[in-house]
Design a protein around this ligand. Structure first.
Ligand code: HSE
Length: 423
């Protein structure tokens, strides 16, 4: 039987989950895939983590040279997170001909070209199934099952933390700050939640998914990004009246050869498959020109779900004779982005409760050629009313102009929210 030595860089939540799966599935992997995988080295400063897993402490150190200089190791799985020292270590491993496996979407979206360049020197492999969607096998599906298609669109809920927060706000009518605090208390959100709630994590993942789908380098810096902190329970309540649910979406589309890549909170109709993706789950909706609609769903984080994707990559890296190359990632980044994209909008505003307000709103939008799809008005206190409405499709620039006019109309006290609608 083929024997493959591996190293684990870090024994955090996912590193430990990976080790446990490798132990539990050792015989199955040997029987079904014809390879015996042995953990030869572990990089971890907290020895108690290794002890808790029953790992021989002679294998554990903090020195990457112990991994680099061990010729029996041909696959290295990285669990550090962040860009350094992960980038340096993985480049060194690839330059020594060791294939690398990572769930590190920040590293991957920022430094994929560095990894590809290093891998080309030796023919080593780069595996990143766990970087997007945790345990959901979306990378392999895009790689191996879409050859007969052009991908037209990806719409994903790829961040479990924000989906947990928005789902709870929707189910319980609670506001953002209280829900975030509760999510932090329960361990769903980090003490510093910015990477998740401000949309960075989703942007990294969308950069990877879009590059793979369109075979073009789509840098995360070219992706428009908005987080969820401005979504209010009032918006969610009005959205329900229009039959819509709010989600943080990572969207990329190939519109007549131009790429549109955005991360923003958006309302989707309650009957869209993504509307049913609740709690900390992930869902990725893909449209191919021949296959039509596809929906991937599952746990986007956690020790065993993410470990499941990592083990799948380790076994693949260990059994392949030659590894996939990514020529497009070394080319210049795609320049053909569409900055005047078409969208529908939800607007919530506060206005004087008097005659002529609705005609002012419809007049401004009518003049701009933007049709209004649905409108709800609620009388409030102090002679004010709250009005919420949804537009039909319009370009971003046309919408922004109409919005400016709306904000300066004397009968409008405040435009409280603008949230895109994805149908
Ligand atoms: N912070 C990420 C999430 C973890 O909330 O989905 C998985 O990448």
């Amino acid at each position: 039987m083929k024997k493959v030595g591996i190293a684990l860089l870090g024994l955090g939540v996912v590193g430990s989950g990976t080790y446990r799966i490798l132990q539990a599935k050792k015989e199955k992997i040997e029987r079904d895939y014809g390879v015996s995988i042995e953990v030869k080295k572990v990089l971890e400063k907290d020895l108690s983590k290794a002890e808790a897993l029953g790992i021989d402490l002679n294998k554990v150190s903090c020195d990457i040279n112990n991994v680099l200089n061990d010729d029996s190791i041909s696959v290295v799985a990285e669990f550090f997170g962040g860009t350094e020292p992960a980038r340096t270590f993985l480049v060194q491993c690839l330059e020594r001909g060791k294939s690398v496996v990572t769930s590190n979407k920040e590293l991957f979206s920022k430094h994929w070209p560095d990894l590809e360049n290093a891998a080309r020197k030796t023919g080593a492999g780069i595996y990143f199934e766990a970087s997007c969607g945790g345990g959901v096998p979306i990378i392999r599906a895009l790689h191996d099952s879409m050859q007969g298609n052009d991908v037209l669109e990806i719409k994903g809920i790829v961040n479990g933390t924000t989906n947990y927060i928005l789902s709870n706000m929707t189910d319980n009518g609670s506001d953002y700050d209280a829900t975030l605090k509760e999510a932090q208390r329960l361990g769903y959100a980090e003490a510093n939640p910015s990477a998740d709630v401000d949309g960075y994590d989703s942007t990294y993942k969308l950069s990877i998914l879009s590059s793979l789908s369109f075979n073009k380098r789509v840098p995360y810096t070219s992706i428009y990004r908005e987080g969820i902190s401005k979504v209010t329970k009032e918006d969610i309540k009005f959205g329900k009246e229009f039959g819509m649910t709010v989600k943080l979406l990572a969207i990329s589309k190939n519109v007549n050869g131009k790429i549109e890549a955005h991360v923003y909170p958006a309302f989707i109709p309650n009957d869209h498959p993504l509307a049913k993706v609740g709690g900390a789950f992930n869902g990725i909706y893909v449209v191919g020109d021949n296959v039509g609609e596809l929906m991937f769903y599952g746990k986007g984080a956690g020790d065993l779900p993410t470990g499941s994707a990592i083990v799948s990559d380790i076994v693949t890296a260990a059994t392949k004779e030659s590894h996939r190359r990514y020529p497009f990632i070394l080319e210049e980044a795609a320049q053909d982005f569409n900055d005047d994209f078409i969208s529908e909008y939800f607007i919530r505003l506060s206005a004087k409760d008097e005659s002529g307000v609705l005609s002012t709103i419809t007049g401004i939008f009518g003049k701009a050629g933007i049709s209004i799809d649905a409108m709800v008005q609620k009388a409030g206190s102090n002679g004010r009313a709250t009005i919420a409405f949804v537009t039909q499709k319009t370009t971003e620039l046309t919408f922004r102009k109409a919005l400016e006019e709306l904000q300066s109309a004397s009968c409008i006290s405040e435009v409280s929210s603008v949230i895109r609608v994805e149908k």
